[in-house]
Design a protein around this ligand. Structure first.
Ligand code: DGJ
Length: 709
């Protein structure tokens, strides 16, 4: 076997990428996924040769291969990696590689098409968690403008990928999973909302039939970007199977003048035997960032569902006292504190404390909060403006608009154009002034409408891209000016959850729905991307404000353990025993938060959808906490064995139920064998045989502690 082409085998964190530089064009991606081990040059070449397909009747004379940037000029007939033109010309570039720099797990590649006047720079990296990340930079090296339509990263999938998993959703029900068979054609998920959207799929995953959390080979991509995007899974008759991810650009949004460049957002790609392993890679990557929150995530009280717009100082002081009593560590004053904001129809943009409602400013509240030993946080929605505000009346030109008219309103509001230097300066100055005047340690940064018609009044051109760039700059600038400031990304709940925003903020608000039954699904699928410590999870009142359902505190709190825990409930009305019970849950969270916020998130696949079993296992596999929720009644009665994943097969563990399962119909007469007496079992027995689950009323849960014996 002699070939002249150069091959590269990049490896890190259990992941391999094999590239074949054949023919001078972009390298073919022969493999992305499981580590192939330490291979000789011959062995890598052999893998490449083994992957070459035959020419077939009716096809082109040279079968097209999937490359890092598939192009029509190489015979590729799937969706190309680059689309654009110079007024229709240069529509099908033909790049030749001019430079390659590679390390054991990194690659920087330069390519040029001199005739089309375009250059490409690809940066590829496999990190120590085995996550592959890539960006592409396109530069216009020609003499006239180049209109970019699409530039996306492409990664190959194994032929075993026959099923797609993504999520849909809506306000109050983000991240609803949907599965499809992966047939020939293209499955595309787009956002045209100027933010990822409540329906955004955080990951687009494709895997072997029936893949789950514990098993089945699965690969996925994510775009670290907070604006419009496109994720796609495509299968061609030629056998090419791949995922693509890139920003979705509006017509004319990116027009590169000579010398100008466009860089894609980072595309994150991860794989695993089961979604638990895939997610763990992404979580590990995030936790390795120098900016990852390093302090214990403070128990938060958010005032929204407790008081809504009723900003009565005495009421809010009472809430602060009650919060401190049950162990709250951060108090966040939500919407309603600024000028003209008595409800959600007015005031956005006028970021001054309303002196009618707060005659002495925010100090009386902040002093009480900090005096009680809690941090103070404040809600803002800086990108938005109500037409009924002083700001909108003074500067209608600062509103995003297509030219000559305003977009349809959403929640009675419009969107500011942060790419307008004066609008940007005003918002920066206002927020900076508030942060300088008051000891505000935390901003809940909201964004309550989808964008449509989002153009700049200065250029008349689409401006979503520029606004995302300006937003990131604004967040960074505020953090630089106010060291230690933490920011939460909220967008009508979870409509802006992505790793782009999380590079500039410290947690996301997962959903406006805090009904624990809904939250089980919302948190499970948000958690595919976001680790527990970055995911806001609150304990609401007994009756959910968004579904009307009532639940015991144990369910509301047990589900909120799997996140950055908070309270969103008027706890001034609690009886002594209710307050004691709430404190006990908060103590449990505090005791176990180092585990939740550093360990591996585990979901156990169970054949019965009425059973939810989720947990977290410490890195050294010595400690774990699981929660079994009887979501609704099961067909099996009793429910049958519960298995536990993520443990070390050969270690022995003590399994203990933390809260007694006293909520089942027959619990008193026939207690479960291990409910009062911990059992010792091997990790293997726990994974393969399990322990009999307690009989619970529907919508109830138990917490199970597993520690190395
Ligand atoms: C939407 C958020 O998701 C809620 O938590 C709350 O902050 C409201 N906005 C306030 O208007």
């Amino acid at each position: 076997m002699h070939r002249d082409s150069t091959v590269l085998h990049l490896r890190n964190g259990g992941t391999s990428v094999i590239l074949d530089f054949d023919g001078g064009g972009f390298p073919a991606v022969v493999h992305w996924g499981e580590d192939q081990g330490d291979l000789s040059e011959y062995e890598v070449q052999a893998i490449v040769v083994a992957s070459l397909s035959q020419r077939v009747s009716g096809g082109l004379d040279q079968p097209a291969r999937l490359t890092v940037l598939p192009q029509e000029s190489a015979g590729w007939q799937g969706t190309p990696g680059l689309r654009g033109s110079r007024q229709g010309r240069s529509f099908s570039p033909d790049f030749g590689v001019t430079g390659v720099e590679s390390g054991p797990s990194t690659l920087v590649l330069l390519a040029i098409d001199a005739d089309a006047g375009l250059t490409i720079r690809l940066e590829l990296d496999i990190d120590s968690a085995g996550v592959l990340s890539q960006t592409l930079t396109l530069t216009n090296a020609g003499l006239d403008d180049y209109q970019l339509e699409d530039l996306c990263v492409t990664v190959p999938l194994p032929a075993t990928a026959t099923e797609i998993l993504d999520t849909s959703g809506r306000h109050l029900r983000e991240r609803t999973p949907q599965r499809h068979s992966f047939t020939i054609g293209r499955h595309e998920r787009e956002s045209r909302k100027g933010r990822p959207g409540a329906d955004a799929t955080l990951l687009l995953s494709a895997g072997s039939a029936g893949f789950g959390f514990e098993a089945g080979l699965v690969h996925a991509v994510h775009l670290a970007w907070s604006g419009n995007h496109r994720l796609a899974a495509e299968k061609l008759v030629t056998g090419s199977v791949f995922l693509q991810a890139g920003e979705l650009l509006a017509p004319g949004e990116i027009r590169l003048t000579p010398g100008q460049s466009y860089t894609t957002p980072t595309v994150i790609a991860a794989w695993g035997h089961g979604l638990n392993e895939l997610s763990a890679r992404i979580h590990t990557r995030l936790r390795a960032r120098p900016t990852h929150p390093a302090t214990a995530r403070p128990v938060t009280l958010n005032t929204w569902e407790a008081v809504y717009f009723d900003h009565d100082l005495d009421r809010l002081l009472g809430l602060a006292d009650a919060a401190a009593r049950v162990g709250v560590e951060r108090y966040v004053l939500d919407d309603g504190w600024f000028r003209g904001r008595r409800d959600d129809t007015s005031g956005l943009g006028d970021w001054y404390v309303d002196d009618g409602v707060w005659p002495d400013g925010l100090s009386p509240l902040i002093e009480r909060v900090t005096g009680l030993g809690m941090q103070f946080g404040l809600w803002v929605e800086p990108e938005m403006v109500n037409p009924d505000s002083e700001l909108a009346r003074a500067h209608p030109e600062w509103i995003l608009q297509p030219g000559g008219r305003f977009p349809v309103e959403g929640r009675q509001q419009q969107v500011l154009d942060l790419s307008h230097p004066d609008a940007y300066r005003y918002i920066l100055e206002r927020l900076d002034a508030l942060l300088s005047e008051y000891p505000i340690r935390y901003l809940k940064w909201d964004h309550n409408r989808d964008l449509v018609d989002a153009g700049s009044s200065r250029t008349g051109r689409a401006a979503v891209h520029e606004n995302v760039v300006a937003l990131y700059r604004l967040l960074d600038e505020l953090k630089a000016r106010h060291p230690g400031l933490e920011i939460e990304s909220c967008a009508s709940g979870g409509a802006r959850v992505d790793l782009g925003i999380l590079d500039h903020t410290d947690r996301i608000w997962t959903s406006d729905c805090i009904d624990p039954i809904e939250r089980l699904t919302i948190q499970k699928y948000t958690g595919l991307l976001v680790p527990y410590e970055l995911m806001g999870a609150h304990i609401g009142g007994p009756a959910s404000h968004s579904t009307g359902r009532r639940h015991d505190l144990s369910l509301r709190a047990g589900v909120a353990l799997f996140g950055h825990l908070g309270i969103e409930w008027d706890i001034t009305t609690l009886s002594e025993s209710e307050a004691t019970e709430l404190s006990a849950w908060i103590d449990l969270y505090k005791e176990h938060r180092p585990l939740f916020h550093s360990g591996t998130a585990i979901h156990v696949d169970h054949p019965d959808p009425a059973v939810d079993l989720r947990g977290v296992v410490s890195d050294d596999q010595r400690t774990a906490l699981f929660v079994f929720t009887q979501v609704r009644t099961s067909s099996f009665y009793p429910v049958g064995p519960l298995r536990f994943a993520g443990l070390d097969d050969d270690s022995r563990y003590q399994v203990r139920m933390l809260a007694e399962s006293s909520t089942g119909p027959d619990a008193g007469q026939s207690p479960l064998s291990w409910s009062h007496q911990p059992l010792t079992l091997t990790g293997r027995a726990l994974r393969t045989i399990g322990v009999q689950g307690p009989v619970l009323f529907p919508e109830h849960l138990v917490v199970i502690e597993i520690t190395s014996a």
